[in-house]
Unconditional design. Structure first.
Length: 506
């Protein structure tokens, strides 16, 4: 008879499934609905950016969201068509047409699957915290800047609509921030969208709507191969774009996953997420959609609306499909002011305000502040998160190398009989510190015939350090002084032996 404390072999999988999908279905479904409504104008906008029909972005958004909810490695994260990916595709569509977009999307997905199996997720450890802060702040700024045209309206719009539009945005913000003080039973962004849409339709107010962004599709997509010739010439055209899409998509997805990890105090499988993104993009390319990746804005909406599990991600894709196919006429009448209010909330909530407070800036090293500012500036200027993160990481490496190389210290002691001299070297010896090392010895003031260079408190990293040590020995030899290296650990001794052909320990 089974003991009451014995755990059934099926219990753990069931508990994991329940935690990943059904821990709070009501909130997850409502959160998914809010995200779906916010995805529609975004997907249409990104389609316009890429120069394709709005249905390309909408098909991508619902298919990626549904697939990643099952195949991804981060619960509660929203993936769909994104602006960064759309920008990469602009020249490809202009020069070769939309069929090549589908081919590039499929190939990008294949590359992402391969990178996932190669362990690309481990590279996240090399992204410094200051770069993460800059990434988040830059994205918050981009989210807000994307709303400015919808806030101020275009120049050819009747100026009398502007005050009404601003009033509706303000009302949406009041509902979003005020309702949680009264009740959290329903996500406040959803209430804002429903109330403002109902008011607009009942009174017949003339405000910009979702339908003004583009026509919603009325039929399901179907699987088909991209209509391109399967030749090396085609591969040569799409491969550069596919590589860029794969890298940009994984970078945004893994950084967003890390951000949600920090916010929820949980961990996620970055390699599984990479493979999941690839699977989603491969399927999307065959369904007539554009490449996509994780969306920090929609992921933040999901998080703040109570979405924590895979169900919220699945719900966002399913609700998006239902909304555009069965309720398209109704959704098209939602005022953009309501969705702008939601995105402003996301922008304000995403920005790390603590990072720009005076006490924080005073307490933070100037190099770290510089890295954050450069990351933000490059992202905002280029509208490409990959460029900004790359610049931030490179700058962090430069500052790190400079700081570490400046810690090289050489001290010397002459024995009482003035027969030999001992030098003690401490610090990290690598390519950036070799110049300081070579010039740290007082070669011309040495009056003995034998010196020892003790490296027991130093760490030798590369062949540049070995070459520098050999240069030090050679400089002493030029002055008829015999120099020997002592205190090398096994790794340093082996590296020195392989590089210079001699073993330096005695």
């Amino acid at each position: 008879m089974t003991s009451p404390t014995t755990i059934s072999p099926l219990r753990a999988p069931r508990e994991r499934f329940h935690q990943a999908w059904l821990s709070n279905p009501r909130d997850e479904l409502l959160s998914g609905l809010v995200v779906a409504l916010a995805l529609i104008p975004e997907a249409i906008s990104f389609s316009i950016i890429a120069g394709v029909d709005p249905k390309v972005g909408l098909y991508a958004s619902f298919s990626i969201a549904i697939i990643i909810s099952i195949a991804g490695g981060r619960s509660g994260m929203i993936s769909a068509a994104t602006g960064a990916m759309a920008l990469v595709l602009v020249p490809l569509v202009e020069e070769h047409g939309v069929a090549y977009l589908f081919a590039a999307t499929v190939l990008a997905g294949v590359l992402q699957i391969g990178l996932g199996y190669l362990g690309v997720g481990a590279l996240m450890r090399f992204v410094p915290r200051t770069v993460m802060v800059g990434f988040v702040n830059a994205l918050a700024i981009l989210i807000f800047l994307a709303q400015v045209p919808h806030i101020l309206l275009s120049e050819d719009t009747d100026s009398s609509r502007l005050p009404l539009n601003l009033a509706f945005i303000g009302a949406g913000l009041v509902i979003i921030y005020g309702l949680p003080r009264l009740t959290t039973a329903v996500p406040s962004p959803l209430v804002a969208i429903v109330l403002l849409a109902g008011l607009t339709m009942s009174i017949g107010l003339d405000l910009p709507t979702v339908g003004d962004m583009g026509e919603l599709p009325s039929a399901l997509p179907f699987l088909s191969l991209p209509d391109v010739p399967f030749t090396l010439g085609t591969l040569g055209i799409v491969l550069p774009f596919a590589i860029t899409l794969a890298i940009v998509g994984l970078l945004e997805s893994l950084l967003t996953a890390q951000l949600l990890d920090d916010m929820t105090e949980t961990t996620s499988d970055k390699d599984l997420e990479s493979r999941g993104q690839g699977i989603a993009n491969v399927a999307t390319g065959f369904l007539g959609g554009m490449a996509g990746c994780a969306m920090i804005g929609q992921s933040m909406i999901n998080h703040r609306s109570g979405g924590r599990t895979r169900l919220s991600t699945l719900a966002s894709g399913v609700f998006l499909l239902i909304l555009i196919l069965t309720l398209g006429d109704l959704v098209a009448q939602i005022p953009m002011a309501a969705l702008v209010a939601v995105m402003i909330m996301v922008s304000v909530g995403t920005f790390n305000w603590r990072s720009v407070r005076i006490p924080t800036l005073r307490a933070t090293p100037k190099t770290e502040t510089t890295v954050m500012v450069v990351t933000v500036a490059v992202v905002v200027f280029t509208h490409n998160l990959a460029f900004g993160v790359g610049a931030g990481v490179i700058l962090s490496v430069v500052f790190f190398a400079r700081n570490v190389s400046s810690l090289i210290k050489v001290t010397s002691v002459v024995d009482p009989d003035n027969v030999e001299r001992l030098y003690a070297v401490s610090g990290e010896l690598f390519f950036a510190s070799t110049n300081d090392l070579v010039h740290a010895f007082d070669y011309d003031s040495v009056k003995v015939s034998y010196v020892e260079i003790d490296l027991s408190t130093a760490r030798i990293w590369d062949t540049s350090a070995v070459a520098a040590l050999d240069a030090v020995v050679a400089r002493f030899a030029d002055r008829d002084i015999e120099a020997h290296l002592v205190g090398l650990n096994r790794h340093a001794e082996a590296l020195h032996s392989r590089t210079s052909g001699t073993v330096g320990t005695h």
